[in-house]
Design a protein around this ligand. Sequence first.
Ligand code: XMP
Length: 320
Amino acid sequence: MAEEIRAENLDTAAFIEEKVSEIKQAVGDDLAINALSGGVDSSTVTMLGHKALGKRLYTVFIENGLMRDGEAKRVVDLFAALNVPVKVIDAKADFFEALDGVSDPEAKREAITQAFYKKVFGRIVKESGAKHLLQGTILTDVDETVAGIKRQHNVFAQLGIDPEKTFGYSIIEPLISLRKDGVRKVGQALGLPAELFSRIPFPGPALAARVIGAVTQERIETVRQATAIVESLLKDSGAFQYMAILHEDKVTGMRNMQRDFGQQIEVRCWDSVDARKATPTRLPFETLEKIAGRILDEVPGVVSVTYNIASKPPSTIEAV
Ligand code: XMP
């Protein structure tokens, strides 16, 4: 397994030089593909790949229907400003089809992994003729997957899966020795704007990791709207990560003096350095009230908002 490079020991210039040369060597004269989600890890890998391969890197944004509000346009515009062209691929139907009828957390993660790597990427790779996929797996993803806690969507070799045999292309993972704090340093050194390198983490399975139970377009839309509210009200909180989660159980509420059997949103906000351990942020009660008020007013069908006060462990950061 990759040797950990701790953020405080990281020489970003030397790291970038080494990874650029490794990518060049691995790809040779071929074409590589890279899936940019707009998160810190994939943004950093995109910049590394761009530096190493220039036009021989084909960067795609997979519109899986599970992303945050306005994400595709935001990411394309941010990278256009860095001279990195990004092609948006509409794969919504593939993902909702794969998730249809799946509610077990690990089964959901597996469905997303298969839709992503086998179906969608299988197709793009075949069409483009690329032989390599560049991706931003980090050490924390590997740790939790190997420990059997959570199957992170992007971990293969450590589970004994050979991507070349299973999917038909090789996977290059330049960030595998780093944790989130190290990735941010590299991203900053590569010239990413603060808006990208200091962005809160977002999981590969996207909003599907924040819907407990069945994932439908309607339920994703509910959590998407709640997420936008939580992110806008907590953006200056200084917290490591914050999110909205849609629960499976409904509860009795009331609206306009009528019974309203409605949905529950759980808000989580975490203090953490590297996501291995995390504690709930001690947010002011006024902030929590503001979040609850806006979610109840603006997100249709929600009658309950709670705040998570459990630490990781035994909790985990995402709910699925
Ligand atoms: P958990 O929920 O396991 O999350 O405490 C730890 C950190 O990893 C993110 N996360 C993921 N990242 N693929 C990823 O690339 C995944 O499948 C995934 N699941 C969780 C999570 O947002 C947190 O920062």
